[in-house]
Design a protein around this ligand. Structure first.
Ligand code: MLT
Length: 264
């Protein structure tokens, strides 16, 4: 399905009934990364996934957007679906967008799941890395970005044992136009630090991290868990950065028990 929000066509899926769960994908992927969660949760919840602007089947405009613009798209989708609140799940860049959502629209967030993400802004070195990657995206397109990103997204054991998963993730990356990838990189480099927000988070919060995540290591999740009051943290064995995709059963189980614990 598609809806027109802020001058772009935004693609989304909406399956099942019950408390809405809205899934925000990682850089530079698409809603397809949430396929195991749609399958696993649609019998108990209303499961909504969207392609962020410039990804999957959503289009974009060429500009230096901020992650607040991406968050505003999510709010536009909630408005379109007449949802006053939702449980939001963000993985990595999706988590950065979730911080923006909480900062600007906390009344719309019923609970949140921060997966394989971090609260800190980019370091100067990190920003320089984004700029270098943007040049690759501009000159060499998405396939070169896929080659750079795959070892960061998936655990070595996943790459060695599940070549089909590697290909599925590559396909998701190849769907993104260079403009979408470059917008993400500029928006992530410019994002504010969210560490000051952590003690102010008062909704139920679950933190999930793949034990072998190299992009946002376990220590980043522990940092958030230590500062978000009442939060729960779950480590997923044999998973890298894309913990939901690499170990869907464990990820879904962590999500289900959190939802049950909070009567969601
Ligand atoms: C992601 O998975 O969204 C990215 O690794 C986030 C980042 O580059 O900071």
């Amino acid at each position: 399905m598609k809806t027109h929000i802020h001058d772009i066509d935004l693609a989304y899926t909406d399956e099942g009934q019950g408390i809405p769960l809205v899934f925000l994908h990682a850089f530079p992927l698409s809603k397809a990364m949430w396929a195991p969660q749609v399958e696993g949760l649609k019998s108990s919840h209303r499961v909504i996934t969207l392609d962020l602007r410039g990804h999957g089947e959503s289009d974009t405009r060429l500009w230096n957007f901020t992650l607040d613009d991406y968050a505003a798209d999510v709010i536009g989708l909630l408005d379109h679906l007449n949802l006053s609140q939702a449980v939001c799940i963000g993985l990595s860049m999706g988590g950065y967008i979730l911080f923006s959502l909480y900062r600007n629209y906390s009344d719309r967030i019923q609970a949140m799941i921060l997966a394989d993400t971090r609260a800190q802004a980019d370091s100067e070195e990190g920003k320089a890395g984004r700029q270098a990657m943007a040049q690759v995206a501009n000159k060499k397109r998405a396939n070169a970005i896929a080659n750079l990103m795959l070892p960061k997204l998936l655990a070595l054991s996943t790459i060695q044992q599940h070549p089909n998963m590697v290909e599925q993730v590559r396909e998701m990356i190849l769907q993104a136009p260079s403009s979408g990838i470059i917008s993400d990189l500029m928006a992530m480099a410019a994002r504010p630090d969210s560490t000051d927000l952590l003690p102010m988070i008062s909704c139920p919060t679950l933190i999930i991290v793949g034990e072998n995540d190299v992009a946002t290591p376990v220590a980043e999740s522990q940092y958030m868990a230590d500062r978000i009051q009442g939060s729960t943290m779950v480590k997923i064995p044999e998973a890298g950065h894309l913990s939901n995709f690499e170990q869907p059963e464990n990820f879904n189980q962590a999500l289900q028990s959190f939802l049950t614990q909070h009567s969601l």
